[in-house]
Design a protein around this ligand. Structure first.
Ligand code: NDP
Ligand code: 2IT
Length: 444
């Protein structure tokens, strides 16, 4: 059996009941097979793939907090410090009832390669909790965040591990966590990114993931002779990534016509009103049912359905495995040109394969959504030099990073004979830098 197949089998048997982690590992190891085959003897001797697939450290802890009625709740907190070969662990904190160790491991594993692709010195990590911020008062969210950080603060720091936002963790949660870290550790340092602008946050970090997604998409399409202007875009999600993807798509002259949340979805034939969307989601924290009040011409539907809408470009920006084979068939039948992932692993393995077989330009999340973490790394730089850069400077750096990233994955795919396969390109390009660093640092 080949070394790649052996390690895939091992990962599946040693990590039972973690289907998302298996899915992420399989995708990466299958993609880098061509590189592994060329170095099989050395990689096997050094147990390189086993070391790559086993987190350096996994932390799991109790998070007790008191609700507004005096009732105590207990959630589970996680931080997986996956790989520090190229820099301090870096990656978000997800707060969602679906969080478990397998989800955090899949996200942490993806983060290793994504962070490598940014070209910046950041290792891979991820964390979170099964806490659900929905429907909680600000005080309850603060109580949870303080309890969560009381434990997490022992393991993180500006030069060791720097968490940030993800699903359910936005500016409010980062603020409460930062305050508690500072109180307990007595350190005002860049231990978290996505901070508010008044206490060390970076301009353009809020926009970065969505904007970066569009910078990469635009560059890729330009290289294939396709102009973004006038293109219809379908977007899923209505959170941080989706909102700023929609905003940038509009600025580029495209027309995003959908968004969604966990209960339903909106179709706005005139193009999504991003100001209304921000008010509903960022300010009032309401459901998408409210959107029709701002835009009477729009449609609201319960359940899932964004991918049934005809579009040229599809941007899944909600959550993992939200776009399946059936959705992919519908998008292809409707003539989709490109699918670029704003979320982490939103497309199932079968759907990805279907897009590739049908010549749809498909860019995986670890490349397409890397603008968020890249700008987090720029926030770390600003914190280190105790300076704040202008919006234009950060945004300009972000754009440069995304354009270089696209060419990097495109070149890697070509170099190994997989032209146009950005899954293979992203995994190989991300892997090469990490492996070089791991090899240089010995067996640690
Ligand atoms: P938010 O919490 O801001 O928004 C998430 C959106 O997705 C919400 O509209 C939410 O709906 C919807 N959603 C979440 N879970 C589900 C689910 N199980 N089923 C259906 N809809 C769901 O998160 P972000 O925008 O930050 O994150 C979105 C994706 O992008 C995630 O995959 C995240 O890992 C990834 N990502 C985020 C980055 C960042 O900087 N924030 C960077 C790179 C990737 P509802 O509100 O109803 O739950
Ligand atoms: O998935 C991701 O890249 C993020 N949630 C952002 C991580 C970060 O450290 O900014």
């Amino acid at each position: 059996m080949s070394y790649v197949d052996e390690v895939i089998e091992q990962v599946v048997s040693q990590n039972p009941n973690e289907p998302e982690f298996h899915q992420a590992v399989k995708e990466v190891l299958e993609s880098i097979r061509v590189v592994v085959d060329q170095n099989e003897e050395q990689f096997r001797r050094d147990a390189l793939l086993e070391r790559l697939c086993n987190p350096e450290r996994q932390i799991k802890f109790r998070v007790p907090w008191i609700d507004d009625k005096g009732q105590v709740h207990v959630n589970t907190g996680y931080r997986v410090q996956f790989n520090s070969a190229i820099g301090p662990y870096k990656g978000g904190l997800r707060l969602h009832p679906s969080v478990n160790i397998g989800i955090i491991k899949f996200l942490g594993f993806e983060q290793i390669f994504k962070n490598s692709l940014t070209g910046l010195p950041i290792g891979g990590g991820k964390g979170g909790s099964d806490f659900d911020p929905k429907g909680k008062s600000d005080r309850e969210v603060m109580a949870f965040c303080q309890s969560f950080m009381s434990e997490l603060c022992k393991y993180i720091g500006a030069d060791t591990d720097v968490p940030a936002g993800d699903i359910g963790t936005g500016a409010r949660e980062i603020g409460y966590m930062f305050g508690q870290y500072k109180k307990l550790r007595g350190l005002f340092e860049g231990v978290l990114t996505g901070k508010g602008l008044s206490y060390g946050g970076s301009l353009a970090r809020t926009e970065a993931t969505g904007y970066g997604l569009l910078y990469l998409t635009e560059e890729m399409l330009k290289c294939h002779g396709v102009d973004m202007k006038g293109k219809t875009v379908t977007v899923s999600g209505a959170g941080n990534v989706a909102i700023y993807a929609i905003e940038k798509a509009e600025q580029m002259g495209a027309k995003p016509v959908t968004c969604s949340d966990s209960t339903g979805w909106v179709y706005d034939p005139d193009g999504i009103d991003v100001a209304a969307l921000k008010e509903i989601k960022e300010v009032k924290r309401q459901r998408l049912t409210e959107y029709k009040k701002y835009r009477p011409n729009s449609e609201y539907h319960e359940g899932k359905g964004v991918w049934t809408v005809k579009s040229d470009i599809a941007l899944p920006c909600a959550t993992q495995n939200e776009l399946d084979l059936e959705d992919a068939k519908m998008l292809v039948a409707n003539g989709v040109i490109a699918v670029c992932e704003g979320a982490n692993m939103p497309t199932t393995a079968e759907a990805t394969k279907y897009f590739q077989e049908n010549n749809v330009y498909f860019v995986p999340g670890k490349a397409a959504n890397a603008g968020g973490v890249a700008t987090s790394a720029l926030e770390m730089s600003q914190n280190s030099e105790r300076l704040s850069w202008s919006f234009e400077k950060v945004d300009g750096e972000l754009k440069g990073i995304m354009v270089r990233l696209y060419h990097n994955i495109d070149d890697a795919a070509k170099k190994y004979g997989f032209e146009g396969n950005y899954v293979v390109g992203a995994n190989i390009a991300g892997f090469e830098k990490v492996v070089d660093a791991m090899n240089a640092q010995g067996i640690v």
